[in-house]
Ligand binder design. Structure first.
Ligand SMILES: Cc1cc2nc3c(=O)[nH]c(=O)nc-3n(C[C@H](O)[C@H](O)[C@H](O)COP(=O)(O)OP(=O)(O)OC[C@H]3O[C@@H](n4cnc5c(N)ncnc54)[C@H](O)[C@@H]3O)c2cc1C
Length: 379
């Protein structure tokens, strides 16, 4: 019998395979796609801190470093600049290939073109049917935002996103744009340079087809260039599971809601969750010691769940506002003193940025007053 079966060879599945194999576990990974990294889902923007956590696969796949985030709305904009290259853009396909190589070198067997159809959790083992039947002591569920295969677990809440890779003129290779546009209802649009002559442009939309919305956005903004690749995927926005270990199964990555609902970025928290599970889940399965489970739950709660769920409370409110209400909030942010206090180490911890603004009186007074006026139809 195997030690672990991992469902899904995305970043979380592969990263947890590496952690488990490093600790001497026999691991297989089952992936339904035929090629690792393809189709590409993600923009690949991560912080330098996330890259440090992930390691070689992140540093080996950097295609661009950005120094500025430019927020655009209603013909206005504001910048967040950082003194050094703290935000990285990865070649997302290469990134997964490097994780795959690392896992394979450690002895993990990764099978592609194998869709898991059924999972049976028994008292002494898990049984996984992917055409062939596999048995293991434990299962790591890393199937992303796909419909859950386990009846006791809900599918994570997500919205559809669409992204084009475009070969064309790049205005500023060092800047990522975040655009609160009408076409990105329920989320935002983005533009991320991948080189001096290519960029990714995308958006998510909770109401209409993101492809229609993206085409409209590109036309309206007169974005020019040749589309060289098209990606779609679901952005998880529903917050983190309160607990992610259930008997012989651990949920990680998008499946566990380990994604920042403010931006849809899942690589940092997905890796963190995979690290916790990869290092502690094997010893939990040895004896089902409640102390080990307590350790897993408290680390996950402190470093992932509380942070993500604080972000989620704000993002749910913000993304559901009308365009006008969002603009009022963004105006207040621009005018708030707190904007100067945003620091590099908050890149993955948006709950700290939100707290800064909430605490800042000028933001809360102006923002709240405008919001109330807007609700009352006076704005
Ligand atoms: C448009 C878009 C842009 C994004 N941009 C960023 C970004 O810039 N930065 C960032 O940090 N995050 C970003 N994200 C989020 C990021 O892509 C995810 O958080 C991350 O990929 C999650 O990794 P994962 O391994 O948990 O899931 P996934 O990457 O979704 O991997 C799950 C894998 O499981 C496989 N699978 C599913 N079901 C089965 C089955 N039954 N049997 C076998 N295999 C199965 C899938 O084929 C897939 O390969 C973005 C997401 C989207 C949609």
């Amino acid at each position: 019998m195997l030690d672990f079966i991992i469902v899904g060879a995305g970043p979380s599945g592969l990263y947890s395979a590496i952690e488990l194999a490093k600790n001497g576990n026999e691991v297989i990974v089952l992936e339904e796609d035929r090629k690792i990294g393809i189709p590409r889902h993600c923009t690949g923007i991560i912080s330098n801190d996330a890259a440090k956590l992930i390691g070689n696969a992140a540093f080996g796949s950097i295609v661009n470093k950005v120094k500025r985030a430019v927020f655009k709305y209603d013909n206005k904009s504001f910048d967040l600049s950082f003194p050094s290259d703290v935000t990285l853009v990865l070649d997302r396909i290469r990134f997964e290939e490097l994780l795959y190589e690392e896992a394979s070198k450690l002895g993990c067997k990764i099978f592609t073109g194998k869709r898991v159809k059924k999972i049976d959790i028994q008292k002494d083992k898990v049984v996984v049917d992917a055409g062939d039947v596999h048995y293991a002591k434990g299962l790591i569920y890393a199937a992303g935002s796909r419909p859950s295969l386990l009846p006791f677990m809900k599918t994570p809440e997500s919205i559809p996103g669409m992204q084009y890779e475009i070969e064309g003129e790049v205005e500023d290779q060092e800047a990522v744009e975040i655009i609160f546009a009408k076409e990105a209802e329920g989320f935002f649009a983005w533009l991320a340079p991948t080189s001096s002559s290519s960029f990714l442009v995308g958006l998510a939309n909770s109401k209409i087809s993101p492809k229609l919305a993206l085409d409209k956005f590109i036309e309206k903004r007169r974005i020019k260039g040749k589309i060289s690749a098209v990606y779609s995927g679901r952005i998880v926005i529903g917050g983190a599971l309160k607990e992610n270990v259930f008997s012989r199964v651990a949920f990680i990555g998008d499946s566990a809601g380990h994604v920042k609902p403010t931006t849809g970025g899942g690589l940092f928290f997905g890796t963190l969750g995979s690290k916790i599970i990869g290092s502690l889940f094997p010893s939990y399965l040895e004896s089902f010691d409640p102390k080990v489970l307590y350790k897993i739950n408290s680390l996950t709660k402190k470093y992932i769940v509380e942070r993500i769920n604080r972000m989620q409370r704000f993002s749910k409110l913000f993304f559901n506002m009308s365009q006008r209400q969002k603009e009022i909030i963004l105006d207040s942010i621009v005018n708030s003193g707190a904007i100067k206090e945003i620091s590099i180490d908050m890149q993955d911890f948006h709950e700290n940025v939100i707290s800064l603004f909430i605490k800042d009186l000028s933001f809360s007074r102006k923002g709240l007053k405008s919001l109330i006026n807007s609700f009352l139809g006076r704005a």
